[in-house]
Design a protein around this ligand. Structure first.
Ligand code: P53
Length: 479
């Protein structure tokens, strides 16, 4: 057993989900169609989820059922309370509040649902942490406006954010704007452009330029949301949210090191803009060299500066490795430049497992952005086996979480990184975002439902449940 590390007493140990991955009931109480509702399930072998303009009979849409959390939340919150969660991160499905995204008046039934959800969390001593846009924007905004390349979406989002800040003031203190806004740095993958920005592009468009245009609008909208929140209540804390992935050079060769540096600059410029309110100089040169038309008006730049985020929300799952390109160009192409890291293992879905990378990236964040960080996702997707006696022996999940938490604690206690909370992904099994599978399980609680949607929906505590319960009870001192 390694030496105990003393974490701050008010540290927010918690768990995280996203609305579209758990709620189901996709048409209940006036909810509109989201981009997740028209995305069919894929598989580990064929991971690309197909977007179908309408719902087709021969396809499976796992986000239509989730784990039925829209109805089961009162019982599930009881389990979260038993687990000892101090914080619970979820998102507000935009389509429950504004079904088409462009209405003036919110849907009262949607607001009522989240009122009750947050009330029940608070009654159980659990702090809600809420993302406004987690891969579930209204599909209407894709069809009618072309997604986030259209500046009209800035106003629609601001109105949605303002409505939420006002309505849930006094209940929700920690907010985040756009989940993993940096996933679209892999813009050759159509899934990320769709999920982050509602883009459906054909070959007449330069996809990279379109990504930068959409992300600019999102970041302006995010800054406006930060400003709106502080007006509603100066206590509100609004974070950016990035998937933090260390990017290492394969060797000490200077060319490898240079590309790793450029890769970090490329993937984290969203953080530079959102946390510091400024576009980095290398990127302005890049736009110029490529001839990209990114309308960085003085007004937008002033908004970005004034509306810098209060904290960084981040997910952590894996690290990447790059090596110098054959053509020697210092340009990062996430779709083609990644290589295997010989020093780390992989999950069953091929994700590189790198606990020490967590400490590495936390130090990097502290030095670069100088603001508090909340780790709002970290966990491992794996095949679980429900035994005949209702048990699930997931020692691999306990190992993954223990190793990562240990590195986080070192970052906090030995390195002084300002981490205010850790909400693991996930307290309960849910639908995978990338593949739509149920079989890629993350939970401390098992949900009896399979990839085709069959099952009793019954909940079972896995071995990792008792382990995490003890971890929280001892404030992380007994790993
Ligand atoms: P799934 C890709 C890479 C890293 C994180 O992921 C990702 C994704 C998904 O496109 O997403 C985050 O379910 C995300 C969650 C998601 C979780 O990681 O693909 O914020 O919605 O479920 C795990 O295995």
């Amino acid at each position: 057993m390694s030496k105990a590390l003393k974490m701050p007493d008010d540290f927010l140990w918690g768990g995280a989900v996203a609305a579209h991955q758990v709620e189901g009931n996709w048409q209940a109480d006036g909810k509109g169609v989201s981009i997740a509702d028209v995305m069919a399930a894929a598989s580990r072998e064929q991971p690309q989820r197909v977007v179908t303009d309408t719902v087709q009979d021969d396809k499976v849409y796992p986000n239509h059922w989730g784990i039925d959390f829209y109805k089961t939340y009162p019982q599930d919150i009881k389990l979260f309370a038993e687990l000892g969660l101090k914080a619970f991160r979820t998102s507000i499905a935009w389509t429950r509040i504004f079904p088409n995204g462009d209405e003036d008046e919110p849907n009262a039934a949607g607001l009522r649902y989240y009122d009750d959800l947050f009330d029940q969390l608070l009654a159980n001593g659990i702090e809600p942490v809420v993302t406004l846009s987690h891969f579930e924007m209204p599909y209407n905004l894709v069809k009618k406006y072309g997604g986030w390349r259209n500046r009209k979406l800035i106003d629609f989002f601001e109105h949605f954010a303002q409505t939420c800040f006002e309505h849930f003031d006094g209940k929700v203190r920690y907010w985040m704007t756009f989940n993993e806004i940096d996933n679209q740095s892999d813009w050759r993958n159509a899934h990320h452009l769709y999920q982050d920005s509602g883009l459906q592009l054909d070959d007449s468009v330069n996809w990279e330029e379109a990504m930068f245009q959409a992300a600019h609008n999102e970041m302006v909208a995010s800054a406006k949301a930060v400003l709106a929140a502080h007006k509603v209540d100066p206590q509100l804390q609004v974070g950016a949210m990035l998937a933090m992935v260390p990017i290492y050079a394969l060797t000490a060769k200077p060319g490898d090191q240079m590309l790793a540096e450029r890769a970090l600059q490329y993937r984290y410029y969203y953080g530079d803009v959102q946390m510091e309110g400024e576009y980095p100089r290398w990127l302005l040169k890049y736009f110029e060299r490529k001839g990209y038309d990114i309308p960085l008006s003085d007004e937008d730049l002033a908004t970005l500066k004034a509306g810098a985020a209060d904290f960084l929300g981040m997910s952590y799952y894996f690290s990447f490795t790059v090596q110098e390109r054959a053509d020697g160009k210092v340009e990062y192409d996430e779709h083609n430049d990644l290589v295997d890291n010989p020093y780390v293992e992989k999950s069953q879905w091929g994700w590189q497992i790198d606990p020490q990378g967590m400490r590495w990236i936390l130090n990097w964040i502290q030095d670069r952005w100088h603001k508090p960080t909340m780790i709002v996702e970290n966990g491992i997707g794996a095949y679980d086996k429900l035994e005949a006696d209702g048990q699930v022996h997931d020692d691999y999940r306990i190992s993954y979480l223990r190793d990562h938490i240990r590195q986080m604690e070192l970052a906090v206690v030995e390195d002084g990184v300002d981490v205010i909370g850790y909400t693991m992904w996930s307290p309960i099994d849910l639908v995978s975002a990338s593949t739509g599978e149920m079989a890629k399980r993350y939970g401390l609680i098992y949900v009896d439902r399979d990839d085709s949607g069959q099952g009793s929906d019954q909940r079972y505590k896995k071995d990792s449940f008792a382990w995490y319960q003890h971890l929280i009870a001892t404030n992380g001192a007994d790993l």
